[in-house]
Write a new protein. Sequence first.
Length: 291
Amino acid sequence: MPKFSRLRSGHILARRWFAKAGLEAHADEYIRYLTEHGYAVPTVECYFRCVAHFLHWAVQQHAAFHDVGDALIDRFIHGHLPHCQCAPQCRRTSADVHAALMHFLDMYGIARATQAPIVSVSIDAELAMFTQYMMEVRGLSESTRHVRRRHIGEFLADCFHEQPIQISKIALADVVRFVMRRTRGLTPGSVKSVGGSLHSYLRFKAISGTPVTALIAALPRVALWRLGGLPDVLSPEEVRRLLSAFDRSNATGMRDYAITRCLLDLGLRRTEVAHLCLDDIDWRAGMNFRR
Ligand SMILES: [Zn+2]
């Protein structure tokens, strides 16, 4: 549990709003969740106050917490925030509020999923064997075992729900989907931690004879999976649509268009474009890059 350097009045008010929404027990749980996901104390405090602000508004709207979904969040962000007069300390940055609420709902969903009895029985048995392997074979510390056990518990619940665990039925797409969802908004270090947990677990399964070679082979690239959906190159049609997106009737649009043409036509890197000067260009010979 992080100790905030100083409890500001806004933070005390935020705790009160959690309590009024009947979610007092989840206040510390949310702080712990964000901290375990690698967020720095100022971000944790910011998100905490964002969620508290939302809960305060939701209570006034007589909305129960199980009613919370995209529609209610949209009403809060687009309907309430621009005209909010709740309290001076309230967080009103829509991007922060949205991220904070997504994490809060994510935490709430995970907490409920792990309470499902059937999931607990089969997954707990698997986690017990994995924990024994981490302790006796790998000699991992208690804190590392705790983190990996939690990651793998979430992974197995995501893959199998209430079905019996059959590792051979896990497809690469299942692993990618879990990592994409689980690592949304995390720091690179936390993303690597999730990948490390999966790697450790699959190695454990490989030792027991489960065919997981293909899944393990895909794991070292886990830190780059956020970019995995991006195409290597753009098609001619995509290039045409990209270039036609700029409004070249004003200076900003012309600048953006020129930057994009440097990237596309000259293959310059971002930093090279950023540092490009007029003297770098041989105007008589054309667009020759002199450095
Ligand atoms: Zn407000």
